[in-house]
Design a protein around this ligand. Structure first.
Ligand SMILES: Cc1cc2nc3c(=O)[nH]c(=O)nc-3n(C[C@H](O)[C@H](O)[C@H](O)COP(=O)(O)O)c2cc1C
Length: 276
């Protein structure tokens, strides 16, 4: 079994020495996370799935409001449609397909059920619902990976959000945050290097004084470990072919163009979210 130092080295690409932190299976599994997009043609037992969904529901939730829902897609035709809408072929073949949704509808219905006014349709409630759904998603991933499954979250379910919401029968007050495919891994992937804690974790106050140099170092580390191939360079038609193409070049090129999800606010407002 790898040591904690080895796992941290794989995660950040730099030596770390946290001394005597005792490794356990949970730490090992979380530190070894990688998204898996190819799965064996082998079902995930229903009982296991039920436990993993219970783990998802074990995530903390803001004010205990539990403002999310999970749609489990089992119908092959519906999976194929979702794969098409999300432009992600893996969805059609994945043994498990879930869509994690933010959900303020249930709270609204509870207010109605108990004959009280509902006074919290705000941007903050939208964010709470999104965070609750995201935490449930991550709890599912952690649980699934600990059981040997591989997972991949899919934000592309939001690209054609109207069609996806109609497919899933989502009522007003519910929006798809992210899909998730899961199954027994049929590919091996390396641990993807994360940004150094020195620019992500701040002590007492935010400090990015050393930002540019840290990003250069990170680019160099990632490039040495996993260079982005020429075919992976984005928008060559606009920016040309780069001799050195680091993570930050990739990110900057990606962010230089709209993602094609600019209709989200209109969608949400149309579905009853007041985003003020
Ligand atoms: C909310 C969320 C949405 C994501 N959406 C997609 C997606 O639509 N398609 C995809 O291939 N990967 C998606 N991913 C996976 C990320 O690309 C992946 O986590 C990232 O590249 C880091 O790689 P790793 O998870 O293997 O460490 C998503 C991840 C998250 C957390």
């Amino acid at each position: 079994m790898a040591t904690v130092n080895e796992l941290l080295h794989r995660r950040f690409g730099v030596a770390d020495d946290p001394n005597d932190v005792a490794l356990n299976e949970t730490l090992t599994s979380i530190l070894s996370h990688r998204s898996i997009r190819k799965y064996r043609d082998e079902a995930v037992p229903d009982d296991l799935l039920r436990v993993l969904l219970a783990c998802a529901q074990s995530a903390p939730a803001k004010s205990d409001l539990q403002q999310y829902s999970i749609v489990h897609l089992t119908d092959a035709a519906a999976k194929a449609k979702l794969a098409e809408f999300a432009d992600t072929r893996a969805i059609a073949a994945a043994p498990v397909v879930l869509v994690f949704c933010g959900d303020i509808r249930r709270a609204q219905r509870i207010s109605q059920l108990r004959a009280k006014p509902y006074a919290q349709n705000t941007l903050d409630s939208f964010m709470n619902a999104a965070v609750d759904a995201g935490l449930a998603l991550q709890a599912f991933i952690v649980a699934a990976e600990s059981a040997g499954l591989g997972c991949c979250a899919i934000s592309q379910v939001r690209t054609r959000i109207e069609e996806v919401s109609t497919l899933l029968g989502l009522p007003d007050g519910v929006f798809p945050l992210a899909g998730l495919t899961a199954g027994w891994p049929d590919e091996t992937r390396e641990t993807s290097l994360r940004l150094p804690p020195s620019i992500v974790v701040h002590t007492n106050t935010y400090d990015d004084a050393n930002f540019a140099a840290e990003i250069d170092d990170y680019d160099a580390r990632r490039h040495a470990a996993f260079p982005i191939p020429l075919r992976g360079q984005l928008h060559n038609d606009i920016y040309g072919v780069a001799a050195f193409y680091g993570w930050s070049d990739h990110v900057a090129r990606r962010l230089s163009q709209p993602e094609g999800r600019e209709t989200l606010r209109a969608f949400l407002e149309n579905r009853g979210f007041a985003l003020s």
